[in-house]
Design a protein. Structure first.
Length: 81
């Protein structure tokens, strides 16, 4: 497992995939990131390395438990016309 932090909320996250995509400057490595709060991103590896911070196991466990509690709430779409 390659650990990092979520670019959006700073929670512990995992790099789930790596790929190379073409760009106007040539091929660039990209990574897919999934955080414990279920945010996901596909971003260049270069931008991830700038934001990357070490993640402690205790911080990851604490975030997972708080996500489990919030996952029990049900989302309902707004009532239509």
């Amino acid at each position: 497992m390659d650990a990092t932090t979520c670019p959006d909320c700073g929670a512990p996250a995992e790099i789930t995939d790596r790929c190379t995509l073409e760009s106007t400057d040539g091929p660039m490595e990209h990574v897919r990131v999934l955080c414990v709060r279920r945010h996901w991103f596909l971003l260049s590896a270069a931008s991830l390395h700038r934001a990357r911070q070490p993640v402690s196991r205790s911080a990851a466990a604490a975030t997972r438990s708080s996500v489990a509690v919030s996952a029990t709430r049900t989302w309902r779409p707004p009532a239509g016309p």
